[in-house]
Structure formats: structure tokens, C-alpha cells
Ligand binder design. Sequence first.
Ligand SMILES: Nc1nc(=O)c2c([nH]1)NC[C@@H]1CN(c3ccc(C(=O)N[C@@H](CCC(=O)O)C(=O)O)cc3)CN21
Ligand SMILES: CC(C)C(=O)C(=O)O
Ligand SMILES: [Mg+2]
Length: 271
Amino acid sequence: MSQHKEVKLVTTHQMLAMKQRGEKIAMLTAYDYSMAQILDGAGIDVLLVGDSASNVMAGHETTLPITLDQMIYHAQSVVRAVKRAFVVVDLPFGSYQGNSSIALQSAIRIMKESGGHGVKVEGGAEIKESISRILTAGIPVMGHLGLTPQSIYKFGTYNVRAKEEAEANKLIEDAHLLQELGCFGLVLEKIPAALAKRVAQELTIPVIGIGAGPDVDGQVLVVHDVLGITKEFQPRFLRRYAELHDVMTQAIQHYVADVKSREFPSSEEAY
Ligand SMILES: Nc1nc(=O)c2c([nH]1)NC[C@@H]1CN(c3ccc(C(=O)N[C@@H](CCC(=O)O)C(=O)O)cc3)CN21
Ligand SMILES: CC(C)C(=O)C(=O)O
Ligand SMILES: [Mg+2]
């Protein structure tokens, strides 16, 4: 028996239990060590090393350019900080579509080289062979339906998805397929709340929403949006819990002024 205090790690089994008992799952993105340490310490259940790092960390217009090596680098940094949270890593564009052997290789690289706990992939029936193949290796897979940013050029907009009946029916079918394949959870992005509610009710696995309304099993957002670091991004589904862009700007302006005026450093800050 361990004398050490047990820090309960979040597992896929626990997430399922949370859904069953009606406890909502709190998930945010993280791309680096310092931020992951804060989020894990604050009690976040799931950290997503999102391919939104392509936008938020690297300044790209879309998520398409980020590479598997770059995702692994971000995931390694996050995993080093985590004591409790379950770490999901996005498989980037091009690393899993169309070839299930490449998909398995990509997922194995993420698990082996980063120490993450599972992977997330965008899409339904189109990528079912890839998902099945990854699952055969014992790697937990999370699905992602609705607004799938890796296929932005197929749709041309970031508008709400599955408003039409045909698209809604395809989403419901895909959601059931993902569960039957063995996915441990599913992200639904920017779809009508009523549709998300129906999917969360019909599925036994946890359904995590972003712009999918309140009647799902948990919520995910990009942490830089939540903290108000990204100022220009303000879709309706986002709630900002701080205005760090302003706080950080003021702090840095103060620092610059103090350096210029020789206010910093003082004699106490010198040797
Ligand atoms: N900072 C950030 N937050 C995210 O949530 C996020 C990323 N980046 N990058 C990857 C994807 C892209 N995502 C998106 C992108 C656009 C909308 C959206 O609703 N766009 C509105 C305009 C919103 C605005 O920019 O003010 C639209 O109508 O296009 C939603 C999710 C979610 N992901
Ligand atoms: C927005 C979430 C779900 C995501 O996939 C990402 O941050 O990459
Ligand atoms: Mg993503």
C-alpha cells in the first residue's frame, strides 16, 4: 500500500461514470507546460492538445499546416505538467485520413513520444477504418463532428453545421457509428443545441460540446479564448472569464516604462 496521498487520475472509465451520474466534464485546450500546470492545478478534467495550436501558437490562418512533429512537441510539454487531467491529443490534418496504416502509425507516435492518454480525430464514416485501426492498438479515440476545422475548405465557412435535416441525420448516424467503433467520447462543435441534446441522450459515451448548447455531458473551449488573450475571436458560444490581453498589455507597458525611466531595476534588485 502506498503511503503517498493518492491523486486520482481522470480516465476514460471515470468520464463514462461522470456522464452516468450527471457530473459535467470540464475540458480546455493546452499547448505548453506553464499553462497546463495552471489548468491541471485548477481542476480541469480533460486537457486537449488541440490542433488549434496552429492558430493560437503559430499564427496560421487554419489548423491545416500544423505537423505531427509539432503536435508531439506541444503534447510532450503538456504531459510533463499534468498530475490529474486526461490528456487528449488532436491528430493533425494529413496524419490519419485515407490510410488506416498511416493513421495507426501517427497515433502510436503520439502515445509513445508524448505520453498523451488518447487521440482525437475529425469525421465519421469517411475515417472509420482509421479509427478502428487505432483502437486495435488500445489507444483511446475521441470523435469530433459538426464544425470540423480541418475540412474548412470543403465548407468554406465556420457557420453553424447540421441545420438542415440531411446533414443532421448524417451527424446522428456518424455519432452512433463512432460509439459502435469504440470511441470513448465525442466532441460536437457549433451545431444546434437541440441536435446536440439528442445525440448526448442517445449515446452512452460522453459528448463534449463547443457551441453545442448546455444539454451535453461537458464543455470544451480554447483556453486563450476563455482567458481573453485572443481578442479578435468572439463567436457567440465563447464566454470570456478574464481579459488577459488587457492585463498583459498593461503589465508590459509598465515594464517598458520602468526600464526606460530607470525605475527598474532598483538597488534591491541588483547584486
Ligand atoms: N482561438 C481559437 N479558438 C477556437 O475555438 C478555434 C481555433 N482558434 N482554431 C481552430 C478552431 C476553429 N474554430 C472556430 C472558428 C470559427 C468559429 C466561428 O464561429 N466563426 C464565426 C466568426 C467568429 C469571430 O471570429 O468573431 C464565423 O461566423 O465565421 C467557430 C469555431 C474553433 N477552433
Ligand atoms: C476546439 C477544439 C474542440 C479543438 O479541436 C481544438 O482546439 O483544436
Ligand atoms: Mg482540433
